[in-house]
Design a protein around this ligand. Structure first.
Ligand code: SF4
Length: 491
C-alpha cells in the first residue's frame, strides 16, 4: 500500500459510473487510497461524458477546475477517461496540456499502468474492446444497499440524433452466469437492489451465439432468484413489444420491480421517422397500453427530446397530447443539440433554441403536475423503503427510496418516527413507511417497522422464499464525487 491518494469525478450516466467503479478497483489494486476531495490527492481522474454539447461543456469545465489542483495542490497527475476522450482524443490532447493521460471508453484497466508510471499519454483504444465481467476489479460508490450492474455494452441501432454507438461500439452482451456471479458477490457485500443497465437493454443477448441463452427475461429471472436480493430494476428499454415472459416478471415476480425506464424520445410519426426510431406513435401507445394493462402499480419512466430539426408546432402538440394521455410517472426532457457525426446534425429546418426552451418548459411543467398528482395519491399508503442514509438537507433526517423511485433521479422518501423504533434504521436496510406527505417528486412518512424481507406485491401474500438481508458490505463504500450529467435520455 502506498500512501498515495486518488480522487475520482464520475460524469454522465450509470454506465459510466460502473466504469468509474472499475477504475477505482484498479487504483486500489495499485495500492492507492480513495481521497474524497481533490485537494490533497496525488492523482485526479475525471471520467468524462461526451454525449451532448451540455455534457461536453460540463466535462471540460470540470477538467479545468481539477487542473488547478495540479498548479496549487499535491496533484501530480490528471487523467481524463470515458466517452469524451473516446470522441475527441486529438482535440483534447492539443487543447488541454494540463492533462497527463487520456483513456478511452474501453481503457479502464489501463489506469494501472498510469499509476505505475509506465504509460503513454494517449491510451484511447477501440471502444469495442471492453466488457465488464464479474472478476473485474470494482469498488462500489452508490448509496448503501444499491448497485448498478452493466449487462451489456454498445448499441447496434442508429437513432439519428445519437453518437453513442460510435463511442461505445457494437452491442456485446455478458453471459448470464457471469452477471449472476457478480450479483451474488454484490449481495454478499450487502446489496439489496440491483439496477440493470446497458445502452440497449431490450436487445440483451441478441448478439450472443444462438446456442446460448439469450433472452432478457432469462437474465432478469436468474438475477431475481439470487438469494438475499430484494429488488431488481431494469433501465434503458428501447420501445419494442416486451416479451411475454418479461412482462410476467414485471407483473408477478416478488423481486422484479414494476418499474420500466423506456426513453420514447417523441410521439409524432413524422418526427419518429426523422429520428430513425423504426416505429410510429401507434406502436408507442400500444406498448404503454399493454404494460399498463398487464403490470399492476407500474411506474413508467421515460424521456423526450424537444427541438429536434424539423419539429413543428403540430408535432410538439402531438407529443404533449401523448404525455397527457399516458400520464407517465417520471419524465426527463432534453433540448436537442447538433452532435457532429450524427445524422440529425446534417438535417435542415433547425429549431431555434428559444423555441426549444419554451417547449422544454411546457413539457416539464405538464410532467411535474402529473408526478405531483400521482405522489399525492400515495399519502396514507404503506410502502417498503430502502434506507439510503442521512438526507442532504439535514443529517438528522434519514432518507430512502420506495420501489417506484430509482436511485439519484426519482426523488426520495424522508423518514420520521424513528425515535419510537428499537434502533435507528441503517443505510441499506428495508423499512415499512406510512406516507404522510407528498411534494412534486418527494414523499415523507413515518417508519412503522423493519422488514427482514421485501414484502410480496399486493397481489397476495408473500411469494417465493424470503430474501434474508445479507451482512452489511465488507469493505467501506466510498463516496464518489458524482456529477450526473442528465443524459439518461438515450435508448
Ligand atoms: S438512442 Fe439509444 S438505442 Fe438509439 S442509438 Fe443511441 S444508445 Fe442506441
Amino acid at each position: 500500500m502506498t500512501d498515495k491518494t486518488i480522487h475520482f469525478i464520475s460524469l454522465g450516466c450509470p454506465k459510466n459510473r460502473v466504469d468509474s467503479e472499475v477504475m477505482l478497483g484498479v487504483a486500489e489494486r495499485e495500492g492507492y487510497r480513495h481521497g474524497a476531495a481533490p485537494d490533497g490527492a496525488d492523482v485526479i481522474v475525471v471520467n468524462a461524458c461526451g454525449f451532448i454539447d451540455a455534457a461536453k461543456k460540463e466535462s471540460v469545465d470540470t477538467i479545468l477546475a481539477m487542473a488547478d489542483h495540479k498548479a496549487t495542490g499535491r496533484c501530480s497527475r490528471l487523467v481524463v477517461a470515458g466517452c469524451l476522450s473516446q470522441r475527441h482524443p486529438d482535440e483534447l490532447a492539443a487543447g488541454l496540456p494540463e492533462v497527463d493521460h487520456f483513456l478511452g471508453s474501453s481503457d479502464m484497466l489501463a489506469l494501472g499502468s498510469v499509476l505505475r508510471g509506465d504509460a503513454d499519454r494517449m491510451l484511447v483504444g477501440n471502444p469495442a474492446d471492453w466488457l465488464v465481467a464479474a472478476e473485474s476489479p470494482r469498488r462500489l460508490s452508490s448509496h448503501a444497499g444499491s448497485a448498478y450492474v452493466k449487462i451489456a455494452e454498445g448499441c447496434n441501432r442508429s437513432c439519428s440524433f445519437c453518437v453513442i454507438p460510435s463511442l461505445r461500439g457494437k452491442q456485446r452482451s455478458r453471459r448470464i452466469p457471469d452477471v449472476v456471479r457478480e450479483v451474488e458477490e454484490l449481495v454478499a457485500r450487502g446489496v439489496k437492489e440491483v439496477n440493470l443497465v446497458s445502452q440497449d437493454t431490450i436487445a440483451y443477448g441478441r448478439d450472443l451465439p444462438a446456442a446460448e441463452s439469450r433472452e432478457l427475461a432469462e437474465l432478469v429471472h436468474a438475477v431475481a432468484e439470487v438469494k438475499g436480493l430484494a429488488w431488481v430494476r431494469i433501465f434503458y428499454l428501447y420501445p419494442e413489444k416486451l416479451s411475454e415472459p418479461l412482462v410476467e416478471l414485471l407483473a408477478e415476480h416478488p423481486r422484479v420491480l414494476p418499474y420500466v425506464d423506456m426513453p420514447l424520445q417523441h410521439a409524432a410519426d413524422a418526427m419518429l421517422r426523422r429520428m430513425k426510431r423504426g416505429h410510429g406513435g401507434a406502436r408507442l401507445r400500444k406498448v404503454v397500453d399493454d404494460l399498463r394493462a398487464k403490470v399492476e402499480d407500474l411506474v413508467f419512466r421515460t424521456a423526450f427530446i424537444v427541438g429536434h430539426p424539423g419539429e413543428t408546432d403540430t408535432e410538439f402538440d402531438e407529443l404533449c397530447e401523448f404525455v397527457a394521455w399516458a400520464e407517465f410517472d417520471r419524465v426527463g426532457v432534453f433540448r436537442y443539440s447538433d452532435e457532429e457525426t450524427s445524422h440529425s446534425a446534417t438535417l435542415a429546418a433547425k429549431v431555434e433554441q428559444r423555441v426549444a426552451t419554451t417547449r422544454y418548459k411546457k413539457l416539464m411543467t405538464m410532467s411535474r403536475r402529473i408526478a405531483k398528482k400521482k405522489n399525492q395519491a400515495l399519502v396514507g399508503s404503506e410502502l417498503d423503503v430502502l434506507v439510503e442514509g442521512a438526507s442532504e438537507e439535514h443529517e438528522a433526517v434519514l432518507a430512502g427510496r420506495h420501489r417506484g423511485q430509482a436511485p439519484e433521479i426519482d426523488g426520495l422518501v424522508y423518514l420520521s418516527g424513528t425515535e419510537s423504533l428499537e434502533r435507528l434504521p441503517k443505510p441499506g436496510e428495508l423499512v415499512r413507511v406510512k406516507i404522510t406527505q407528498a411534494s412534486d417528486y418527494d414523499l415523507a412518512g413515518e417508519v412503522t417497522g423493519f422488514l427482514s424481507r421485501a414484502t410480496a406485491r399486493r397481489a397476495g401474500p408473500a411469494r417465493g422464499e424470503s430474501a434474508k438481508v445479507g451482512a452489511r458490505g465488507a469493505g467501506q463504500r466510498i463516496s464518489l464525487r458524482v456529477l450526473p450529467t442528465d443524459n439518461r435520455g438515450v435508448s
